[in-house]
Design a binder for this molecule. Structure first.
Ligand SMILES: [Zn+2]
Length: 222
């Protein structure tokens, strides 16, 4: 897999220190399954976090960054048939990174996608109110243009299939768009011949710059 967009240092540090939300951690873990460069950076960061941790002599940690990293590192690039997160014997959905496959009970094309606009379907992975951020899959038909928006906080997007291009570059399967609140407005355009499927996690609602985006926001939930 040819990866050209990576995690920022800040996100890797937050991952190593265990301060990311579950949705954000899932996206980071997806990227780590396919990106040796970020795995190595996370391992280095984990070493720093570990020594700081030892200095403050704290004792209660349920899951350390090294545990998470060891799990991510041992994962194959794509999932093999095993059991899913609920412990059922159904095979894990194949063709997607295991951290995402664990959250799915059926293959991507069989999910209960909700059509929210022409060319745009959505599958929520969280039922929390959108003011607390989104965790969802988007299914975008070729040629779809998303509403221009900017961010107050971090937004992570992991490309599962297909590709899109915005002001910051072209994103393909395995790439992660790691944007923070300082990034400028961007407007993704799907430029693959197959649908673009993206996994998205935000910490707070994004700021749509167009009227249409503002009208659509409650329905899109991002
Ligand atoms: Zn990377």
């Amino acid at each position: 897999m040819n990866i050209s967009h990576h995690l920022t240092d800040e996100t890797i540090q937050d991952y190593a220190s265990g301060s990311l939300s579950m949705p954000m951690e899932t996206l980071v873990a997806c990227h780590l399954t396919v990106c040796s460069r970020c795995r190595n950076r996370a391992a280095l960061s984990d070493g720093v976090a570990g020594s700081l941790f030892n200095e403050i002599k704290s004792v209660s940690v349920s899951t350390s960054a090294s545990d998470l990293l060891a799990r991510a590192s041992s994962m194959p690039a794509h999932s093999a048939p095993l059991t899913n997160a609920e412990g059922r014997s159904a095979p894990l959905v194949t063709g997607v990174p295991r951290p995402l496959a664990r959250l799915l009970s059926v293959p991507l094309e069989e999910l209960d996608w909700r059509r929210i606009a022409p060319g745009i379907k959505q599958h929520n992975l969280s039922d929390q109110h959108r003011k607390h951020g989104a965790f969802q899959l988007l299914h975008l038909e070729p040629g779809t243009v998303l509403s221009a928006h900017s961010h107050n906080d971090r937004e992570l997007t992991y490309l599962v299939e297909g590709s899109y291009t915005d002001e910051t570059g072209t994103f393909k399967a395995g790439d992660i768009a790691d944007l923070d609140g300082h990034d400028h407005t961007h407007q993704p355009v799907v430029d693959s011949e197959v649908p673009c499927i993206a996994l998205i996690a935000t910490q707070s609602p994004v700021n749509y710059s167009g009227v249409l985006g503002k009208i659509m926001q409650p329905f899109v939930g991002i």
